[in-house]
Unconditional design. Structure first.
Lengths: 122, 505
């Protein structure tokens, strides 16, 4: 179980980091999501992996640590809200710049438009 | 148990919730209520400062759970100092925003108050995971505030800021998980207690976790390899938001000071002083980088944003000396730099309002209407930020220079701070002389009039550097006591023995 779990975390984190380094906002958002899955699984495993254990002492022979479960729950809620926000922001970026490049418009092609924006931006 | 400790959290929470439901109320009512909330917050912070000044630790355990099993809020001198510093800055930023910057978004005041809520939780909490939650609260409010003001120029810096901080949150969670998996606790006092007992086979997991935590705090504090997001984001933000963000990097610095002086403090055995040998060189390089950025900046707001990075470098350099004097000097400098940089952001905005399309760019432009008033404010701010006598920046830098013991560290610190100070002086004088002295003929179509609120807010924040000089004696006594308290981590561990309600009689 440990090996499969570790491989899953590793695969999720590696693909997450790879996608984060892409130049378009959509892969970056997907990368953030994958990274947060990997992190949540990792956090869950910090209370040790037990099968058939309940988080209440005395109910079964083996019990599992309830605190990481609570932490993961908090992290999932926060991560979900943040992902929703970043999706909206990525859409706004697409609408503002007619391009979903993470740096807005590609420089060189239309630097004049950029400087016009600076002035009228307020 | 002391219920006053919840006041700096509950006041902005309830004030912010009221604002959420009052999005369509008349703007004057919303402004009055929002400003009342900030004033109440300042009053509560001052009460806590007076309480904390007796040098004892006060704890508030949520749900009456005996620490380390529940979440605790802990008030000591450092937390009280940070609270007062933040609420003073927030009050003036809020006052400035009422001068017109809060229009255009019905939830501006709610976001502003939630930002304060997150900051105050971060300063008061005694639990590592709760610190993560506080960071998320203040970050999500700051994402909203950073985008405030309309226009398209903020989208890209905002996107970078959000994505970087989400990656930071992921790293924070990983390091919390690593530390928890070995120690089985996240309460900072309990962690400090257990650090010495970590077995040899597990010590590397804790070390890796601790170093990753330093990366996260370094990202928040904008230490060199992680600082390039800051100038663009801050320079594009609306002025009162940028001024409030002057305290955001200080949260990272507070977290470094709290976690590394307590959890990885003297009692931690093999783990004591973890990562501190990295901090000193990084801080000096950050300082140098900030000065280079300031010299090359094309607009006043970018110049002030690089000043934020200069102050981060100076602060961390003094803190990483690891001595009581160094920490005390850093805290004194912290007060000075946060208020002055906040004030400079506001002054830069006032200047850009009077220069038409030249805005805050460092170029020649027609005369401003309120040239004398604005130039005096800019002069005071620049003198205080660059560290010239007779203002507070000079005393703060003097304290930092005095705190280092002779040796190679002293050579590095003195040369980098003094040469850096000289070059930042050049950057400020270049900006000031071009903006205020080199004028061209012509007129600006719509010269905005200075309203009373905005000039009072910007002026007061900059003038605080004179107040710091006048009160230098009491302030340095307080920072000395704070530093001494911070370096005695055994006293903090004592909060684990705090009697709960109903069991002490």
């Amino acid at each position: 179980m440990e090996l499969a779990f570790a491989l899953a975390i590793g695969a999720l984190t590696a693909s997450g980091v790879y996608l984060l380094l892409r130049a378009r906002t959509f892969p970056v958002v997907v990368g953030l999501t994958l990274l947060s899955y990997g992190v949540n699984l990792f956090l869950f495993s910090s209370g040790r992996l037990v099968s058939g254990g309940q988080p209440i002492i005395g109910s079964t022979a083996a019990y599992s640590d309830p605190l990481p479960q609570a932490l993961v729950l908090t992290a999932i809620v926060i991560g979900f809200a943040m992902t929703a926000f970043v999706v909206v922001l990525a859409l706004r970026n697409l609408a503002d710049n007619d391009d979903d490049h993470v740096d807005g418009r590609q420089s060189g092609t239309d630097s004049k438009l950029d400087s016009a924006e600076e002035v009228t931006g307020k | 148990m002391n219920h006053w400790l919840t006041a700096p959290i509950l006041i902005p929470l309830f004030g912010g919730m009221l604002q959420v439901f009052m999005g369509y109320a008349p703007i004057s009512l919303r402004r009055t209520l929002a400003l009342t909330t900030t004033v109440l917050l300042l009053a509560a912070s001052i009460v806590l400062l007076v309480m904390a000044d007796d040098g004892s630790y006060r704890a508030y355990a949520f749900g009456n759970w005996q620490p380390p099993f529940g979440i605790v809020l802990v008030l000591d001198r450092l937390a009280a100092l940070m609270l007062v510093m933040t609420s003073v800055l927030a009050l003036f930023c809020h006052l400035y925003s009422i001068g017109g910057a809060d229009e255009g978004n019905r939830q501006f005041h709610a976001l502003f108050l939630f930002q304060l809520l997150g900051l105050n939780i971060a300063f008061l909490t005694g639990d590592l995971f709760n610190l993560f939650v506080a960071f998320e609260v203040l970050l999500i409010a700051s994402y909203g505030l950073l985008m405030h003001g309309g226009g398209t120029t903020r989208t890209v810096p905002g996107l970078h800021y959000v994505v970087l901080n989400l990656i930071g949150s992921a790293i924070f969670l990983i390091s919390v998980g690593m530390i928890y998996s070995v120690t089985g606790t996240l309460n900072m006092a309990d962690l400090a207690d257990k650090m010495a007992d970590v077995s040899d086979e597990n010590i590397h997991i804790v070390k890796a976790g601790g170093m990753m935590l330093l990366v996260v705090f370094g990202l928040k504090a904008a230490i060199l390899p992680l600082c390039f997001w800051l100038p663009r984001a801050y320079a594009k933000a609306t002025a009162p938001v940028a001024a409030l963000f002057a305290v955001m990097t200080k949260v990272g610095i507070y977290a470094i000071l709290r976690v590394y002086s307590l959890v990885f403090g003297d009692q931690a055995g093999e783990l004591s002083g973890l990562g501190m040998d990295w901090l000193f060189p990084l801080a000096l390089i950050t300082l140098a980088m900030g000065v280079i950025g300031a010299l090359g900046s094309e607009s006043l707001k970018t110049l002030v944003a690089w000043q934020v990075i200069i102050s981060v470098g100076t602060l961390l350099a003094a803190m990483s000396l690891g001595s009581v004097e160094g920490t005390s000097a850093a805290l004194f400098y912290l007060l000075n730099t946060t208020w002055v940089v906040g004030g400079l952001f506001l002054v830069a905005d006032l200047i850009s309002r009077q220069r038409g399309t030249a805005a805050d760019k460092i170029v020649t432009a027609p005369r401003m209407r309120n040239r004398t008033f604005l130039s005096v404010l800019f002069l005071i701010g620049a003198v205080a930020a660059a560290g010239l006598p007779p203002l507070s920046g000079f005393f703060a830098k003097l304290l930092i220079l005095q705190s280092v013991t002779p040796g190679p560290q002293m050579a590095w610190l003195w040369s980098v701070i003094l040469i850096g100070g000289f070059f930042s002086l050049i950057a400020y004088s270049r900006a000031g002389s071009i903006v205020f002295w080199r004028n061209v003929e012509g007129h600006i179509e719509d010269p905005g009039k200075l309203s009373g609120t905005v000039s009072v807010a910007a002026g007061a924040l900059v003038a605080l550097s004179i107040v710091i000089v006048a009160l230098a004696g009491p302030i340095s006594r307080y920072t000395d006591a704070t530093a001494a308290q911070l370096h005695d981590s055994n006293a903090y561990i004592g909060i684990l023995q705090t009697p709960m309600v109903g069991e002490d009689e």
